[in-house]
Design a protein around this ligand. Structure first.
Ligand code: SF4
Length: 188
């Protein structure tokens, strides 16, 4: 490659002299990247969604191929985020398909040093037993002569990945159980 060809192929030169002054289009491409298709190009469909990680609620485009999520990117049409995602939201693909995502129930007994696998029905029974026991142990009919009918044995702290509907149901459930400490991380 001659010096002149080398200079004119340099991205900065192309950015300054071409029609891409911000260097976000053709000026940033090499011959190799021009031949590469983006990984979203082969998606069968795009599902619009909302990032589940925090209360900002950035819009996401979820790319699906053969029934599997292949990529998640910011939705340019979202009035909230206009196509942007923070590093956490940009890594949402790992939330759905990452190998580190645990798909089975794991349980560590009191004083246990290892995790045990449980089937879901057993785990649900154990949780129900503990909820009933804690509710009963912390139950108060009256405080200072006033009827309260509540339990201090239960509390709920939701995470930011819970959506509106899940939070609604959690609030209903815990209030029905008599709990008064019901909070969500996204509000703290
Ligand atoms: S992309 Fe980041 S800022 Fe936006 S909702 Fe997700 S976690 Fe929050």
């Amino acid at each position: 490659m001659g010096v002149r060809t080398w200079i004119t192929s340099w991205p900065v030169y192309r950015q300054i002299t071409g029609g891409d002054p911000l260097g976000r289009g053709p000026a940033a491409k090499s011959r190799r990247t021009e031949r590469i298709d983006p990984r979203v190009a082969t998606a069968d469909r795009v599902v619009r969604s909302v990032c589940p990680y925090c209360a900002v609620g950035c819009g996401q485009n979820v790319y699906v191929q053969d029934g599997r999520v292949t990529q998640i990117e910011g939705d340019p049409d979202s009035p909230v985020s206009r196509g942007r995602l923070c590093p956490k939201g940009s890594a949402s693909l790992q939330l759905t398909t990452g190998p580190a995502r645990e798909q089975r129930v794991l349980y560590r007994r009191p004083y246990g040093t290892d995790w045990e696998r449980l089937d879901l029905d057993t785990a649900m029974e154990m949780i129900a037993d503990r909820v009933i026991e804690a509710r009963r142990a912390g139950w108060q009919w009256e405080v200072g002569g006033k009827r309260v009918r509540r339990t201090l044995g239960l509390a709920s702290l939701g995470g930011a990945t819970l959506d509106n509907e899940e939070n609604y149901l959690i609030k209903k459930l815990f209030t029905a159980l008599g709990a008064i400490q019901i909070e969500n991380q996204a509000r703290i």
